[in-house]
Design a protein around this ligand. Structure first.
Ligand SMILES: [Zn+2]
Length: 142
């Protein structure tokens, strides 16, 4: 299953923020907790050769529009093959978000989900991909 991420929603303007924040960034209204699906579309991406301390170099970063409406900065194993408009799965590890590439099947499922169609059965493939990527990171592979 594609992971769900903690988020918050503004009861007034419907803005969704992830990670969740207490106040709507648009006006002083308290947001309510919600969750969004951990998948979305790449808006922009870059590679930092001199990343902040604690991060491996090179550091791959993507800006991703979630299906639920929030926009996240994510880290990933590689940006190779990534394009503006690519679909990625996102998982949260603490306060850090990681993206991994989605296969065609998962892209289709996310698309249907975004289109508001029924899609109760989420992708085992995306999950195993994300897991593999995560384990690879733990072992220091790329
Ligand atoms: Zn608001």
């Amino acid at each position: 299953m594609i992971e769900h991420l903690a988020a918050s929603r503004c009861p007034q303007c419907r803005l969704v923020a992830a990670p969740p924040s207490r106040w709507c960034p648009r006006h002083p209204v308290e947001m309510t907790p919600t969750s969004v699906m951990g998948g979305g579309e790449v808006v922009s991406f870059t590679t930092l050769l001199s990343p902040p301390e604690g991060f491996r170099s090179p550091l791959h970063i993507a800006l991703v529009d979630l299906v639920g409406g929030a926009r996240l900065v994510c880290h990933g194993d590689k940006t190779q093959g990534l394009k503006i408009g690519s679909w990625v799965a996102i998982e949260a590890v603490g306060n850090i978000y990681y993206f991994s590439h989605l296969g065609a099947l998962d892209r289709a499922r996310l698309f249907w989900r975004r289109a508001g169609r029924a899609g109760e059965r989420m992708s085992a493939i995306a999950q195993s991909l994300a897991k593999r990527a995560w384990k690879g990171r733990l072992r220091g592979e790329s």
